[in-house]
Design a protein around this ligand. Structure first.
Ligand code: SAM
Ligand code: SF4
Length: 474
């Protein structure tokens, strides 16, 4: 059921839903999980073809431990084959915790009387960005509750402020947004302010469950949220991120719905989501959820592996909601971006605050390591940390698709830019042991690029970075 949406705005009639729960459940219940079918689906994905809903349904239905291992191994191979060893780093920056919605899983919800709320003013925002730049961050995601104060103008202004802050060699080169859905005019405004990706998570694609968890406020309108990224496309903002909050409803249904949402955006606008996020519910102030659908670590790993195979050219984001050991474990099954040095209390970066106070935060995070520690571990695990923002700044949109489908794209652009941005980080911010490890990693990766036409030019630029030049990318 693919359709072209008619014109709609926030006040127009909602478009017909592209999520049909009965259809999704019928795919799941009719899935044939014999070994031959499973293997042919994994092979299809490894052949760089995206999977259909029916094929994804087969993967979510597999229970045979041996076959589950083959799915995970397939995802690991695909990640290695397609994306190589790069992991892009970012940090969330919480701007305001006012909220008029009543999402039962969230500490910011309006009915949570324990919540201690605040909004950064311009000066505080600048201090936060400076503190983040001081650790080496180059990519941020600004996060907001939903409130009349956080209008499109407010978000656009915050974005411009973030870009304007330069401290030492520090600067933020890409600002993504996670905030309430906007109307078309609003999306245009934030697009013009130069945002990267606009993320809106559907939380749950299951309408009844959605109703149960979103009791009041604008977010209680399932269809308005579901169609919000169509409005972004209409506004010319084609860089969008989708996500589901795992633990609200059956994870198999949510995985298929994420694939359905991806298909929908691709079919209607020729561009799928840039990223998919898969947060798992964490403890939060005054949280009120049914524990029936909470997702185990093993299921969580499977979710990531299946998403990797189903939508091979979409970025997958794993956050500090998860503890470090789990992040380390699941990363190899297809994650392309992680946050590092994460703090989610408003103002906590500038305050250098290390403890969490649950009533001041949206939820509890479980990986509060400094950015340098996260990078240290990535290097030990043979990943190439990257702060690259080149495609976005050169207007090369759809980069994940290009990485995936354009032969040599990674060797020509992604790996060199990862190397150059890592070198900048090492020169400006790394502790000594990370500095040494990082340069060894750069040498190792240069060796794997040997024979490529631009190795000489990468080495030349590395020298320029050592001499103090910055922001030189391919
Ligand atoms: N207020 C905006 C909205 O709802 O779209 C911004 C989103 S919120 C600040 C970021 C995301 O955090 C939510 O979309 C939700 O998926 C996730 N989240 C909320 N409560 C959570 C919890 N207890 N544990 C983990 N993730 C949670
Ligand atoms: Fe508000 Fe977003 Fe939290 Fe819902 S998830 S209560 S909209 S901040």
């Amino acid at each position: 059921m693919i359709f072209k949406p008619e014109k709609y705005g926030i006040d127009d009639k909602p478009m017909q839903s592209f999520i049909d729960p009965e259809e999704i459940w019928s795919f799941i219940s009719n899935a044939k999980t014999d070994r031959e079918t499973i293997r042919s689906i994994i092979a299809k994905s490894l052949d760089k073809q995206r999977l259909s809903l029916e094929e994804t349904a087969v993967l979510v239905q597999v229970t045979d431990p041996e076959m589950i291992e083959e799915i995970k191994e397939g995802a690991r191979l695909l990640k290695e084959k397609v994306y190589g060893n790069r992991i892009v780093l970012f940090a969330p920056l919480y701007v305001g915790s006012l909220c008029t919605n009543d999402c039962q899983y969230c500490g910011f919800r309006t009915s949570n009387k324990k919540a201690e709320r605040s909004t950064l003013n311009r000066e505080q925002l600048v201090s936060e960005v400076e503190a983040l730049e001081d650790t080496g961050q180059k990519r941020l995601i600004l996060v907001f509750g939903e409130h009349p104060k956080y209008s499109a103008d407010f978000i656009a202004e915050a974005t411009k402020t973030v870009y304007s802050v330069k401290k030492g060699n520090g600067e933020i080169r890409r600002t993504n947004i996670n905030a309430a859905p906007l109307d078309i005019e609003g999306f245009k405004k934030v697009h013009e302010a130069g945002i990267g990706t606009y993320q809106v998570f559907q939380e749950t694609y299951h309408p009844e469950t959605y109703k149960k968890y979103h009791l009041s406020g604008r977010k209680s309108d399932y269809n308005n949220r579901l169609t919000s990224l169509d409005r972004a496309q209409e506004a010319g903002l084609d860089d969008v991120g989708i996500g589901a909050l795992f633990g609200l409803y059956d994870w198999r249904f949510e995985v298929l719905s994420l694939v359905r949402h991806t298909n929908h955006l691709e079919a209607c606008y020729n561009v799928g989501p840039h990223t998919i996020s898969f947060p798992r519910i964490q403890d939060a102030s005054d949280i009120n959820i049914d524990t029936k659908y909470l997702v185990s670590d093993e299921e969580f790993t499977r979710i990531i592996a299946i998403l990797r195979l189903a939508v091979p050219y979409t970025g997958l984001i794993l956050t500090a909601r998860e503890k470090a050991s789990i992040r380390k474990e699941v990363m190899r099954f297809g994650v392309s971006q992680i946050d590092g040095g994460t703090k989610i209390e408003i103002g906590a970066y500038a305050d250098k605050k290390n403890n969490q106070e649950i009533d001041k935060e949206q939820f509890r995070i479980n990986d509060d390591r400094a950015l340098s520690e996260v990078i240290d571990e990535l290097l030990s695990e043979d990943y190439l940390p990257s702060f690259c923002t080149a495609c976005y700044r050169l207007g090369r949109t759809g980069e994940h698709f290009m990485e995936f489908s354009v032969p040599g794209f990674i060797k020509r652009f992604c790996s060199p830019n990862a190397i150059l941005t890592l070198a900048e980080y090492l020169e400006d911010y790394a502790p000594v042991h990370v500095f040494d490890k990082g340069w060894q990693m750069i040498e190792k990766n240069l060796n794997t690029l040997n024979g490529e036409t631009n190795v000489k030019e990468i080495k030349n630029r590395l020298e320029r970075i050592k001499q103090g030049e910055r922001d030189i990318y391919f």
